[in-house]
Design a protein around this ligand. Structure first.
Ligand code: NAP
Ligand code: GDD
Length: 359
């Protein structure tokens, strides 16, 4: 039987785990790249990690900063497809670790592309590009022709990887595509991204495990979709007849404040906002309890105010469109984190640690 082989970097992350499930369901042999950590970092894929359940799922140690190892792995596996999802993916953190962010996100993509260029078998390469490249946007909505204007080391690193991918396509004939994905979330989202911080925070608050949710810029506007829908787009980009660049988005925008309200509704909170700027508070009208406050520690040196994608090209050429609505997404995440908070309530201690990092 002949099946495709795929390498996924970032398999332990949100998208990597959903993509692995998708590829395994399609009969792929999946090789996940995991970086060494002092504690287990495979929680999102542990359910796949049984060779009995999925005999075609393999894990290999690799760091994106280590070109020789990536090259060796590609030679050994001889994959049909490589999905480069690995990254230092937190925008706020990238201001603290700019050089590391560039090394992983930009050089990591280059390591893959150089390794592919030196192979004599055909490989299709996917680069996880980002709407954060549009930064302080120069046009709205943003599509494949909108100029980039990145505002963070993360955004810059992704612009570099985007152009490297394009350059290896045009210059060296590598099948190398960019998916320019707008924000996408899920119950597997990292705990220090705003949506997950809100869903876990409000679930804990509801059960009396946390007194208050502290957030940064409530006015930021994002185009939020569901990660499970977006990995389907990623796969379609790689199957397309030629390599190209595609925006993947819902086209719908909401503020951070609106995400708080949507999750609040799930929990039966009736949130009203009082005050402005640093003094703004979200109050549960039913109990008069302040449940959200603004903390400047979560502000970024440069902010990206608004992102709104125009995914017409993906819809037309890939037949892709999102399935999950904004309020469904908020409910899926809220429900999942309520279950987690209930577990914490029973145990009398946190199941996951969400320390008050400055992000
Ligand atoms: P994520 O949950 O933060 O996952 C990032 C993955 O990269 C993790 O598996 C992480 O490993 C791995 N990684 C980090 N540094 C590495 C290194 N030095 N070497 C090897 N692996 C490393 O991110 P995500 O939300 O799934 O996003 C997937 C990709 O899409 C990222 O490239 C992100 O920048 C990009 N993207 C995401 C969005 C979004 O809204 N989610 C939008 C556009 C683009 P550990 O588990 O060990 O940390
Ligand atoms: N993380 C965080 N924490 N963000 C907050 C907070 C907070 O307490 N309060 C407000 N925000 C605002 C941020 O300032 C930002 O404007 C917005 O909420 C979204 O922040 P994140 O959820 O951290 O995501 P992001 O938009 O910066 O980056 C994500 O999306 C990119 C695509 O546009 C990441 O997934 C990137 O990897 C991805 O490329």
């Amino acid at each position: 039987m002949s099946f495709k082989k795929a390498i996924i970097s970032g398999i332990t992350g949100q998208d990597g785990s959903y993509l692995a499930e998708l590829l395994l369901s399609k009969g792929y042999e999946v090789y996940g790249l995991q970086r060494r950590a002092s504690l287990p970092n495979t929680e999102r894929i542990d359910h796949l990690y049984s060779n009995v359940e999925h005999p075609n799922f393999f894990m290999m140690y690799a760091d994106l900063t280590d070109a020789d190892n990536l090259n060796r792995i590609i030679q050994k596996v001889q994959p049909n497809e490589i999905y480069n999802l690995g990254a230092q993916s937190h925008v706020g953190v990238s201001f603290d670790v700019p050089e590391y962010t560039m090394n992983v996100n930009a050089m990591g993509a280059l390591h893959f592309l150089e390794a592919i260029r030196n192979q004599n078998f055909p490989v299709r390469f996917y680069q996880a590009s980002s709407s954060e490249m549009f930064g302080k946007v120069l046009a709205t909505p943003q599509n494949e022709t909108t100029p980039f204007n990145p505002q963070s080391p993360y955004g810059l690193s992704k612009v570099c990887a985007f152009y490297l991918t394009k350059m290896y396509r045009t210059g060296f004939g590598v099948f190398a595509s960019n998916g320019i994905l707008f924000n996408h979330e899920s119950p597997r989202r990292g705990l220090n991204f705003v949506t997950r911080k809100i869903t876990l925070g409000l679930a804990r608050l509801k059960l009396g495990l946390q007194p208050l949710l502290r957030l940064g810029n409530l006015n930021a506007v994002r185009d939020w979709g569901f990660s499970k829908d977006y990995v389907e787009a990623i796969w379609r980009i790689v199957q397309y007849e030629k390599s190209d660049d595609f925006v993947v988005a819902t086209g719908e925008t909401h503020t951070v404040r609106e995400f708080v309200e949507a999750v609040g509704r799930f929990h039966g909170f009736d949130i009203v906002w009082q005050g402005a700027g640093l003094d703004e508070k979200g109050i549960n009208r039913k109990t008069n309890q302040t449940i959200v406050e603004v903390d400047p520690i979560f502000f970024r040196p440069n902010e990206v105010d608004l992102l709104q994608g125009d995914a017409h090209k993906a819809k037309k050429l890939l037949g892709w469109q999102p399935k999950t609505t904004f309020s469904e997404l908020a409910s899926i995440m809220a429900e999942s984190d309520l279950a987690l908070a209930e577990q914490e309530f029973k145990l009398g201690k946190p199941v996951v640690s969400q320390r008050r990092f400055a992000v």
